[in-house]
Design a protein around this ligand. Structure first.
Ligand SMILES: [Zn+2]
Length: 97
């Protein structure tokens, strides 16, 4: 999970990656997969490595790891709720009152 201070370093790179992929697709007609293979995600993955010390391969996973987007820990399993207004824990199914 990324704090807001870390997220401000990642978010612009995610937006830049998306713009590069869109531009590539518009100019070449490439599929999303083909555009992504051009390495536009590399700055995001490098920042992830810099901040966490860990390698990542899935940018989509990084996009879902902003701590402030999640709810509090589940009272049953302790995992963070996926959203602030979650009614149910995605991991254990516990209903949130
Ligand atoms: Zn749970």
């Amino acid at each position: 999970m990324f704090s807001d201070a870390e997220w401000v370093q990642i978010e612009p790179l995610l937006h830049l990656m998306t713009r590069h992929v869109q531009t590539c697709r518009e100019r070449t007609g490439a599929s999303v997969e083909a555009a992504v293979e051009r390495g536009y995600e590399w700055p995001v993955l490098a920042k992830h490595k810099e901040l966490t010390g860990l390698d990542a391969s899935d940018v989509g996973c990084i996009e879902r790891h902003r701590l402030s987007d999640h709810g509090p820990p589940c009272r049953e399993c302790g995992r963070l709720l996926r959203m602030k207004n979650s009614k149910k824990c995605y991991d254990c199914g516990n209903l949130v009152a």
